[in-house]
Write a protein that binds this ligand. Structure first.
Ligand code: ZN
Ligand code: ZN
Length: 437
């Protein structure tokens, strides 16, 4: 709007070449004047920003790509071509008619791409269902702000509050087959919608038409947001599962779905039941390879957990996932780490075997009572202290520190220091020596 060189053009019309359609020239803040000439074409039906611009300036919303991905009747001769084919053809045709001035190849712009096949996405206008988010988000925000719902680690509280403040209205309809079909019905005479949880017997708008159910399905997060209560209410009528288990004490998940799942469980849970769905949220990090890279098939750096369980046992795998990990931080994972933990698990096993085996020894040798007693007293003291600290870690969700403590204590204190000194007593069958633990 501030660009003087185009001032006189605003309000006039231009002709779109080839199709010979007249379109209005408007000035809008959404265009970066430094991008190219500062003048751009607007396609309200095929771009999110242009959609807003189009609404503001009351531009015609001309859809030129159909839901089959091909150009439609609004494109004249190009009808039936896929968008990328048509683009090439238009360039040829413009050259032929002498209307092409110059092709500038050295500019960069952002286009949305498919997360599965990375092809360019073509946005199309379509009627959708939305949930007004603010009333839901405001209630959730209060629960998080006041720590009625606690978040561990703490740093995620700020992030969750940011989301609850900045959510846009929630588009809950999807055009995919797998999902819960939306229980909305269209009256064919009035061409309007009504919603009914039970399958309706007659049209709730006109009373007698062959109403049609929407073919759209719910956004997967809309369905999974109901998980904390829907699973409990799905029990038989007399079940007290809901009263007993709702709110859940701890909700554990990855931090990457904090806004998509956790925030929505809170909003939908409070809306539906009037109560928060859980007391505490514990968020874990992502499992990455030993160089901190994301695991992916194409990189070949994926560690298969089931294979690890077969090779080293489930305890070794579990410990490897927790050991040396900062809560909520990403995990550097490798087979070597599982091997290290397998060694630790074996150490515990061997210690237990050593004690158990010698329990059977009947011929008790001489025992230096005084020294043994001192050692055992020390062990008992240390064990008590460590246990207290361990419980503290566990209660505050510092699982990695808790495991680190157990590792240190069992390996370097209990095994290397205490059992080493008490070895003879154990071998002599004075197993009650360790009964203090
Ligand atoms: Zn794709
Ligand atoms: Zn009807």
């Amino acid at each position: 709007p501030k660009d003087k060189k185009y001032k006189d053009l605003i309000g006039k019309t231009v002709i779109v070449p080839i199709i010979n359609r007249q379109v209005k020239i408007v000035a809008d803040e959404s265009v970066d004047p430094k991008f190219g000439t500062g003048a751009v074409k607007v396609t309200p039906a095929h771009d999110f920003t242009d959609f807003e611009t189009g609404k503001k300036h009351k531009l015609e919303m001309i859809q030129i790509i159909g839901f089959d991905g091909k150009l439609n009747e609004n494109t004249g001769l190009y009808k039936g071509f896929y968008a990328n084919e048509a683009r090439k053809k238009i360039v040829e045709d413009l050259k032929m008619s002498g209307q092409m001035v110059k092709i500038k190849e050295d500019y960069v712009h952002n286009v949305g791409t498919c997360y599965k096949c990375s092809r360019v996405l073509e946005p199309l206008p379509k009627e959708q269902w939305f949930v007004k988010i603010k009333p839901l988000a405001d209630k959730a925000k209060k629960l998080v702000q006041s720590d009625e719902i606690k978040i561990v680690p703490k740093k995620f509280k700020k992030i969750l509050l940011w989301w609850l403040t900045n959510f846009r209205d929630w588009n809950i309809s999807r055009q995919i087959v797998w999902g819960i079909r939306i229980p909305a019905y269209r009256c064919v005479t009035k061409s309007d919608w009504f919603v009914s949880v039970e399958k309706p017997k007659k049209c709730q708008i006109c009373g007698n038409c062959k109403f049609e159910q929407d073919t759209d399905t719910f956004d997967t997060w809309f369905s999974s947001a109901q998980w904390p209560f829907a699973t409990l209410l799905a029990q038989d009528e007399n079940s007290d599962f809901f009263d007993y288990f709702y709110p859940t004490s701890v909700m554990e998940t990855g931090y990457d779905i904090l806004p998509w799942w956790v925030a929505r469980m809170i909003m939908v849970g409070v809306f539906t039941t009037g109560k928060k769905p859980f007391e505490t949220i514990f968020l874990h990090g992502m499992v990455r390879d030993k160089n901190g890279q994301k695991m992916s098939k194409s990189k070949g750096n994926v560690v298969n957990p089931l294979e690890m369980v077969d090779k080293y046992g489930a305890d070794a795998l579990r410990s490897a996932l927790i050991f040396g990990t900062k809560e909520g931080g990403d995990i550097s994972f490798s087979e070597e780490k599982v091997i290290g933990m397998r060694n630790f698990v074996n150490k515990i096993w061997n210690m237990a075997r050593f004690i158990e085996m010698n329990e059977k020894v009947v011929d008790k040798g001489a025992m230096n009572r005084t020294t043994t007693k001192t050692i055992l007293n020390d062990l008992q003291k240390e064990y008590k202290k460590e246990k207290k600290q361990y419980l503290k870690f566990m209660d505050s969700y510092q699982f990695s520190k808790a495991l680190g403590l157990v590792y240190e204590f069992i390996w370097h204190r209990f095994a290397d220091f205490y059992i080493e000194q008490l070895k003879d007593e154990v071998i002599n069958g004075n197993i009650e020596a360790l009964g203090v633990l």
